[in-house]
Design a protein. Structure first.
Length: 394
């Protein structure tokens, strides 16, 4: 009679079937909360680090878009946005494959050289994925040589669409890191003792094509956004290097070929330009002003939506303002435009302020007209003429 004393604890553990984990559920959990799928699979540390890094990157991205360049530089905001997306994709891919590895009993082989970890590190850094895999020479070469080359090329290309080609380099090193990691896993599997041979893998109802396809779609979306960002006109600050202001002509004129803007005003108005606005015109000592501003924008939502958002922001910041109406009206050659009107009491007189919002391609233009009620009869006709004689070619 045997009491089982002839079996060692290690042998029992080696022959024990791994706990089953649903790859579909792991994928879904990390899709909802990055890192949750890894925690579900028992890798609490890996899941917690993934979640913390994702929240930090997302927070920096939100801060950059919410508070502007004065708080977070555009370069840092862009890096944070890319990092957040890469970590998000890593999270659900890693969770899916981790569950499958647990079911196959091979997760112990992957822990030390995880392909998604190596890929993510090489995507976000210059060579850290190689260090993670123990390839220190290749890591140093990538960090120093490629880092210097990429920095020089990025400076030379600037915001040119050709700069998108620089993304090929981290993608290539990421694929190389994946190849090395898979090779190390295969070598570890072949060197494993017979008692550690994993049982047959448990099939998962969710095919790998779904999380991989989602990752590819998100990557293509990011590339598309980057391409739009490169061709989008930059108004921060406004480039006045090629602008020409003619104060002697009748009417007076301002032209800026960089943005394709032509702006005319009657001869009795004064023109000025700055890096904060394209052009501003005024008369009667500033009692009547018309200013044209621009900003790059994605073609999402309608002009009505932008006008409503601008109105809410204006009313929140200026309690003494009161909205008096909204109407469709053209801005020069741009027909897709809306104007919101406001009045405010300033130093015992009423001020009328109109915000005319128009969009062309990847840019939004705002014409702000400010008129003191005491000079309205003299100003309104000129202001209307100015609005009709704005021309935006690009």
């Amino acid at each position: 009679m045997s009491l089982g004393l002839d079996q060692s604890p290690l042998a029992s553990l080696d022959n024990a079937a791994p706990a089953h984990k649903s790859a579909g559920l792991a994928f879904l959990l990390s899709l909802i909360v990055p890192g949750a799928g890894q925690m579900y699979c028992g890798k609490t540390g890996r899941g917690g680090i993934t979640l913390a890094l994702f929240v930090a990157a997302l927070g920096l991205t939100t801060l950059g878009f919410g508070l502007g360049e004065a708080s977070v530089p555009n370069e840092i905001t862009g890096i944070a946005m890319v990092a957040a997306l890469v970590l998000y994709v890593f999270s659900f891919l890693d969770a899916y494959y981790l569950a499958r590895e647990i079911n196959a009993g091979t997760d112990w082989l992957v822990d030390a050289n995880n392909p998604p970890v190596a890929v993510t590190l090489n995507l976000l850094t210059n060579g850290f994925g190689y260090w993670y895999l123990g390839e220190r020479t290749k890591g140093w070469m990538t960090f120093i040589v490629l880092g210097l080359i990429l920095r020089g090329l990025a400076h030379a290309l600037g915001n040119s669409p050709w700069s998108l080609l620089l993304a090929v380099v981290p993608c290539t090193t990421a694929l190389d890191a994946y190849r090395i990691a898979r090779k190390q896993i295969e070598e570890g599997r072949q060197a494993a003792p017979a008692t550690a041979t994993p049982p047959p893998a448990v099939e998962t109802p969710l095919p790998a094509a779904i999380p991989v396809a989602l990752a590819c779609l998100l990557a293509l979306g990011l590339i598309g956004l980057a391409a739009l960002g490169l061709v989008m006109p930059n108004f921060n600050p406004i480039d006045q290097s090629r602008s020409v202001t003619n104060q002697q002509s009748n009417p007076k004129s301002y032209e800026n070929p960089t943005y394709g803007v032509r702006f005319l005003v009657p001869a009795n108005w004064d023109l000025q330009s700055d890096k904060q606005f394209l052009v501003k015109a005024e008369m009667l000592g500033g009692a009547c002003q018309v200013a044209l501003l621009g900003q790059g924008s994605f073609p999402v939502g309608s002009v009505d939506t932008e006008v409503d958002a601008l109105s809410r922001e204006l009313l929140q910041k200026n309690p003494n303002f009161q909205a008096t109406g909204k109407r469709p009206v053209a801005l020069g050659n741009l027909d897709d435009a809306r104007e919101a009107a406001f009045v405010a009491q300033v130093e015992n007189q009423q001020v009328i302020q109109n915000y005319l919002v128009a969009r062309k391609r990847l840019a939004t233009y705002v014409l702000i007209t400010t008129i003191a009620s005491t000079v309205a009869p003299q100003c309104e006709k000129d202001a209307e003429w100015i609005r009709e004689n704005v021309h935006i070619a690009k």
